[in-house]
Ligand binder design. Structure first.
Ligand SMILES: Cc1cc2nc3c(=O)[nH]c(=O)nc-3n(C[C@H](O)[C@H](O)[C@H](O)COP(=O)(O)OP(=O)(O)OC[C@H]3O[C@@H](n4cnc5c(N)ncnc54)[C@H](O)[C@@H]3O)c2cc1C
Length: 469
């Protein structure tokens, strides 16, 4: 194909992959749920090359699917199965940290930088890039921003969006929007960068970002707590929030989730025997060594035990124990995947509604699919609970379970929305939640989104078949 020769001319033949075997990993998503074969995988190494690839692909009528670490959970970084001919534009070679200014508490990273690399660079400068989640060793800055990722520290520092000072973006017509500034205050018109954050590659390609850093944490304390109910967990949350410490993580996990982690995790050791219905992982921190964090946590937990909001608790005694608590949480998605077929959701509700949400969903799922096993785990401190319905033990036919429990996702989404929540908390829409956009997204908002898409990408070449219903 002539167009592929042109693309190979821009990035170099070695960086324009067309061999079937090499295309394979780019043709399927992390969960193995979404497949679509690209014509080529193109790997530019500079902004100019990205712009050249976008222009050449557009001229040849090829759609462009941007790809970062390909850890997304919504099927957004693979071409659609029956879509137009596409290339995957992988940002992996655009991976320099262009600048780090510790006094400015900022860092400029290219889109293909792995999130963990950015965290390490910040740490070496005595700063913290505070976003954190299980796929951070593979996910890239461009993917993190395009999905507006959350993770376990959202309750303290917000989603990815809140850590962005400026962006550099290649638009669908090949122009470069250079808004890569580190200035904290700028009210000169519309905040255009926010269109691309969470845009899932449908409006342009992020090539670099100026990111906000925060002071490094000098003291951290974590605990693993057994609680009788989501309600009790919420009371415990209020207690630790009022303890005077910075609460940087508060996860709620059903016992079934911890059992899956214990069963399938490699080298995971549970801090407590798994005999309570629910567990909480809590982390508090301070940027100064003198803050009596340990006392604060002990006091909050003792009061929680006294009030029967907690039945047992372990405070990590060493860095290794602390790391183990969070490794259990971070390895959980992989462990759940190994348990067998499941239908999953990515809902958020106001924090105060978490217990009602979980209890209502549990009752409805039990009534409708008594044979299913409900897993509930999530970032309770920001209201984002992931509910899944697993097939009964021994059920291996994934398509059959997905068909059998297909109504689970709309049911859970509807409960979340009825409580003032969202059907898409942190993973994005991609292909997997387009149907829910049609059901739940405000029609005026959808109209505006379609108008913006038409204005920026009139030929519809950017990641077609994603986000918009
Ligand atoms: C084990 C595991 C745990 C996870 N836990 C969490 C969690 O706690 N919180 C959370 O929010 N997410 C979580 N995720 C989801 C995932 O890691 C995030 O969505 C992540 O931000 C995706 O980054 P990525 O580089 O892998 O993006 P990809 O999967 O490659 O792409 C995601 C989307 O971004 C677009 N894109 C990628 N790069 C660019 C770019 N440079 N410009 C424009 N568009 C681009 C793609 O086209 C696609 O639409 C988890 C995933 C796994 C596998």
């Amino acid at each position: 194909m002539n167009a592929l020769n042109t693309l190979a001319g821009i990035v170099g033949p070695r960086n324009c992959i067309t061999e079937e075997a090499d295309l394979g990993p780019y043709a399927v998503d992390w969960r193995g749920s979404w497949r679509g074969r690209p014509e080529a995988v193109v790997k530019p190494a500079s902004v100019e090359e990205v712009a050249g690839v976008v222009r050449a692909a557009g001229a040849a009528g090829l759609a462009i699917v941007p790809a970062g670490g390909r850890t997304g959970l919504a099927g957004a970084a693979v071409p659609t199965a029956n879509g137009p001919p596409s290339i995957v534009l992988s940002l992996e070679r655009l991976n320099r940290i262009r600048d780090l200014d510790a006094r400015d508490f900022s860092l400029v990273a290219e889109a293909g930088c792995v999130v963990q690399t950015v965290q390490q660079a910040a740490a070496e400068a005595g700063r913290l890039f505070p976003i954190q989640w299980g796929a951070q060793g593979t996910a890239q800055i461009g993917g993190m921003l395009s999905t507006n990722a959350g993770g376990i520290r959202t309750l303290r520092w917000g989603n990815a969006r809140e850590l962005v000072l400026g962006l550099e973006v290649v638009l669908p017509d090949g122009r470069v929007l250079d808004d890569l500034r580190r200035v904290r205050k700028d009210n000169s018109g519309y905040a255009l960068r926010h269109l691309f954050i969470g845009g899932e590659g449908t409006l342009g390609i992020i090539t670099a970002a100026a990111l906000r850093l925060v002071p490094a944490l000098r003291r951290v304390e974590s605990a693993f707590v057994a609680v009788p109910s989501p309600d009790a967990a919420l009371s415990l949350f209020a207690r630790v929030m009022a303890s005077g410490a910075e609460v940087i993580g508060f996860e709620l996990c059903a016992r079934f989730c911890m059992e899956m982690a214990a069963r399938h995790g490699t080298g995971l050791r549970m801090p407590l025997p798994l005999n309570a219905p629910w567990y909480v992982m809590v982390e508090i921190a301070a940027a100064h060594e003198s803050v009596p964090l340990r006392d604060m946590l002990e006091e909050a937990l003792a009061a929680a035990m006294e009030s029967e909001e907690a039945s047992d608790a372990v405070i990590a005694e060493s860095e290794a124990q602390r790391a183990m608590i969070w490794k259990i949480r971070e390895d959980y998605p992989d462990c759940a995947r190994r348990e067998g077929p499941a239908v999953g959701t990515d809902t958020a509700v106001p924090v105060s509604a978490v217990p009602t949400f979980v209890n209502t969903a549990e009752a409805e799922l039990r009534a409708r699919w008594p044979e299913g096993r409900m897993a509930a785990i999530g970032h309770a401190g920001d209201g984002n609970i992931h509910l899944s319905l697993h097939a009964p033990e021994g059920w291996t036919d994934r398509p059959a379970w997905l068909a059998h429990a297909a109504e689970m996702e709309p049911l859970v989404n509807a409960i979340a929305v009825s409580l003032g929540g969202s059907f898409s908390a942190e993973h994005g829409i991609g292909q997997s939640k387009r149907h829910a956009m049609a059901t739940h997204k405000n029609p005026v908002a959808l109209d505006l989104m379609r108008g913006l898409k038409q204005m920026l990408d009139p030929n519809g070449i950017m990641n077609p078949g994603k986000v918009l219903p």
